[in-house]
Ligand binder design. Structure first.
Ligand code: TRP
Ligand code: ZN
Length: 868
């Protein structure tokens, strides 16, 4: 490496010296040598006549200004400096690129037989020299030329305005996008596909052609994506009054993709995982994932494309807001409680872990070396929680007024997070001054609450203290504005109205100070408090609940989320206690009363099955690990397993009965049917740990008429190490070995196989015909699940798991650094393990650091982790 990669700082933002108002691109597509000609209308904005363009891995073929060759330029390490430009001019740049050699999957690359692009965040600079920054918005006209037989479909953003063919077997299509956009929203696709077509008529009567492009033969897997797209378009009109703005909306599914999907204007490119599904190939979770991601990318059309980001530090402006919108979409269409529970699990598990890691950063980061490293749970998921808190503070009406004002002010421009908060504040009159700290402060606030009931005065006092521990990126922390949603219950389950200083108050308290007291009056009996209802802020909560209070809340809390949360807190108490017991060499125990509380949930006939399934799910190993400064991997795993065995044994009859009652003969993707399958398969997951396990799992696998039940049987066999595991795995592989996407589920089970020899099997699996180190989905399924979902084997004392991770990362550092950089996360947290493990992991990080071609993606994370 010539020089260590340098960080960029948020506060160094400068307006661009020039802008580009229009660009005409021509792609002459060839596998190993594609010529890109870019004709830009350039306008000087500042004082300088020097224009510095971004560019990486390009071969410059021609440079002209106003049609004449231009000599006054210098090629830089990652760009092109052009000097003495007229204030307005036409700039022509011709570059040569090699899409086939592009294994990083950024810029123009080949996915299977098709050409496609990925330009967010900074991939456009691998296509041509350009002002590759989101505050330069241009109108694009794109001509794509390719072999007609091999690439019958030539796609780009906007509307098709012309096409033709030449006699050498090549043809061309010209596209025009009327909406000015930053380069990261550019897209091009060329290939041979099957197309699913439909139509949507917007509320104002615009006819929109909908087209979903899939690999030949996959048409029967595109339906759910189309239904989801139409639902999303309708929902955005109804809930946000936002309508689509072009005559065509295209979605292309590709097999090689670094992330989930990309919102390119009018031409979304999707990881095929988030498009392709039928009942034989996809689980209910896959179906819900498709709905969410199709919605997410569609919602970006307004929150991301019409209003984009001024600079990449503002990423949460579009991502936090769009995640909030996709969560609301899924909640309005399905179960709000189940959606909330799953979102909260992500925050409390991996997001809290990120906050506590060397990569901790605010939702609006202050410094970045490689932007791709900041597409994080913090920016996306915590970012969405920050939007949700504003929604809580303003209410739906106030929030929608804020959205209207935001679009009035910023439509067609590149905006900042401050612009968004400003619009919310001005439209609602709610003071968000202190609230803004959520954008600049990293880490997880911890709320410690205590209560006191005064029977004579009939007052109930809640004292709330907030502390945010220092994080690696930021030592000093200030008190935040935390919306704290509470309810008080009388013994009979009645909600006690909240009254302070003689007046009725709402149930969302404004916690703003380090320590704050709330006195409620007219409380006639000792109440039971329900705290942080709906997880009204992304914080940790400490309150000394008794078992009786928690079992009370599990039944009487007025909303489902609070009931689930009470169940989780009850489990948490016994998990903590049992981890200590195991560390002292004692057995895992669970009082009968706790088992009975969960038995009551299972037997309740008022609760929705989908919700009961969530109530009965234990917190994950990852989430539990976050509770400890020093993680005892094996003790936590032992406790989780032992608790499953205890619950399974104690409730065997009830699990068995429910399992048989919930059998469905016909498959349907309705939410109620999904819920029944979820609960039935939760029962199976427990029953796997009883003597019926093997028979049940094997029978379910044989009889399943859908992938959800097939996978549940295999997952049960895998996690309980049942005898039938090998037969089922072999049968599945024989059936699906030709289909990588379907095999991903099988690879993921190999990755999280708890058996002693798991790593040997994983290494052997890397030569499976469906596996490829070039495909990010395969890598994430097999290797990602080993690193993230197989704590006991990955953290084996021998260090073999760490050495394996090191080898893989060194290989991927060259082939696909973006995916490598996501894979490395579990290694960054090495300081949380015992000394021996720390030394082993550290050795792998040092090995990476010593590489002379270490990519900036890994460089940023490895150096941060080793710092201190
Ligand atoms: N903007 C995309 C989304 O949130 C994320 C994304 C897709 C992405 N592909 C990427 C981000 C590649 C960085 C690099 O929907
Ligand atoms: Zn997004």
């Amino acid at each position: 490496m010539a020089q260590n990669p340098q960080a960029k700082y948020r506060t160094d933002y400068k307006e661009p010296s020039h802008t580009i108002t229009d660009i005409a691109l021509t792609f002459d597509l060839h596998d190993t040598a594609t010529t890109v000609s870019a004709v830009s209308q350039v306008k000087q904005m500042g004082q300088t006549t020097t224009l510095t363009l971004d560019g990486e891995g390009l071969e410059l073929k021609a440079l002209q200004v106003n049609g004449a060759d231009w000599q006054d330029y210098t090629l830089l390490e990652a760009g092109l400096e052009i000097r003495s430009l007229p204030a307005e001019c036409e700039l022509t740049i011709v570059t040569l690129i090699n899409p086939e050699a592009n294994s990083a999957l950024e810029g123009l690359y080949k996915s299977g037989g098709a050409f496609c692009t990925q330009c967010e965040a900074e991939g456009f600079r691998r296509i041509t020299y350009y002002l590759d920054r989101p505050d330069v918005l241009a109108k694009y006209t794109t001509t794509v030329i390719a072999d007609q037989a091999q690439y019958p479909f030539l796609l780009s953003n906007g509307n098709k305005i012309a096409e033709g063919s030449s006699d050498n077997g090549r043809h061309w299509v010209k596209w025009q996008d009327p909406h000015p956009k930053p380069a990261y929203l550019f897209a091009l696709v060329a290939g041979d596909f099957d197309v699913l077509r439909d139509q949507y008529i917007t509320q104002s009567g615009r006819h929109v052609a909908l087209e979903i492009f899939v690999d030949k033969g996959n048409l029967d897997r595109a339906n759910h994506a189309m239904v989801s797209l139409i639902n999303a378009m309708k929902w955005d009109e109804e809930r946000f009054d936002l309508e689509y703005d072009l005559d065509i909306y295209m979605v292309v599914a590709v097999d090689f993709f670094n992330m989930g999907a990309m919102e390119n204007k009018g031409l979304n490119v999707f990881n095929s995982k988030y498009v392709l599904a039928n009942e034989q190939t996809a689980t209910d979770t896959d179906y819900l994932g498709i709905e969410a991601v199709i919605g997410h990318e569609y919602f970006h059309n307004w929150t991301g494309n019409r209003v984009t980001c001024r600079d990449w530090f503002q990423l949460s402006l579009k991502e936090g807001l769009t995640v909030f919108r996709d969560q609301e979409f899924s909640s309005d269409l399905g179960s709000r409680a189940v959606n909330r529970i799953n979102n909260v699990r992500i925050i409390r598990g991996p997001q809290f872990a990120e906050d506590a890691s060397p990569m901790s950063h605010p939702i609006r980061p202050d410094q970045v070396i490689e932007m791709n490293n900041f597409y994080t749970l913090t920016v996306y998921e915590k970012g969405s929680e920050v939007i949700r808190m504003m929604h809580t503070l303003l209410g739906e009406q106030g929030f929608q007024k804020g959205m209207k004002l935001y679009f009035e002010r910023h439509d067609g421009t590149a905006a900042t997070c401050e612009d968004f908060v400003g619009a919310m504040e001005d439209a609602s009159g709610v003071d968000l001054k202190q609230f803004r700290l959520w954008y600049s402060q990293s880490g997880t606030p911890e709320l410690t609450v205590s209560s006191e009931y005064d029977a004579t005065a009939q007052t109930y006092t809640l004292t709330v203290e907030q502390v945010t521990e220092p994080t690696q990126d930021q030592k000093e922390k200030q008190p935040l504005h935390i919306p704290f949603d509470v309810e008080l219950y009388a013994k009979n389950g009645r909600v006690i109205p909240l009254q302070c200083n003689g007046e009725r108050v709402g149930h969302v308290l404004d916690v703003k100070q380090a320590k704050q007291t709330f006195v409620f009056e007219n409380v006639q009996e000792q109440p039971i408090p329900s705290l942080l209802r709906e997880f009204s802020a992304p914080v940790k909560l400490n309150y000394q609940y008794s078992d009786d209070e928690l079992t009370f809340l599990m039944v009487h809390a007025s909303n489902e989320f609070a009931r689930w949360d009470a169940g989780q807190m009850l489990l948490a108490k016994y998990i903590r206690a049992n981890v200590e017991r195991v560390q002292n060499g004692d057995n895992v125990t669970l009082p009968e009363s706790v088992v009975d509380a969960f038995r009551g949930v299972l037997l309740s006939d008022e609760l929705e099955p989908a919700f009961v399934a969530e109530m009965l799910s234990l917190p994950s190993h990852n989430e539990l690990s976050g509770w400890y400064k020093r993680v005892d991997v094996d003790a936590i795993a032992n406790v989780l397993k032992a608790l499953k065995v205890i619950l399974a044994t104690e409730m065997q009859d009830e699990f068995s009965a429910t399992y048989h009652v919930l059998k469905q003969d016909e498959y349907s993707i309705e939410h109620a049917a999904i819920g029944r399958r979820a609960l039935r398969n939760t029962c199976l997951a427990y029953l796997a740990f009883t003597e019926q396990g093997n028979t049940l799992a094997e029978a379910q696998y044989q009889q399943a008429n859908n992938m959800t039940d097939t996978m549940a049987a295999m997952a049960a066999a895998n996690s309980a190490g049942l005898m039938c595991r090998e037969t089922l795995m072999a049968d599945y592989s024989a059936k699906w070995k030709h289909d990588g996407l379907v095999m991903d589920k099988w690879f993921a089970l190999q990755g999280c196989n708890p058996a002693d020899n798991a790593l040997d099997v994983i290494k052997a699996t890397m030569s499976h015909e469906a596996f490829s180190m070039k495909n990010p989905n395969r890598i994430r399924s097999l290797i990602g699940s080993f690193l993230n979902m197989n704590p006991v084997r990955f953290h084996a004392k021998s260090g073999e798991g760490y050495r394996f991770a090191g080898e893989i990362l060194r290989e991927m550092n060259s082939s696909n650094p973006q995916v490598a950089s996501r894979l490395i996360d579990p290694l960054l947290k090495f300081r949380r393990y015992d000394e021996e493990r720390q030394a082993l992991i550290k050795a792998e990080l040092e090995g990476l650091k010593a590489m002379d071609n270490l990519a900036r993606d890994l460089y940023e994370k490895v150096t941060k982790a080793l710092e201190q």
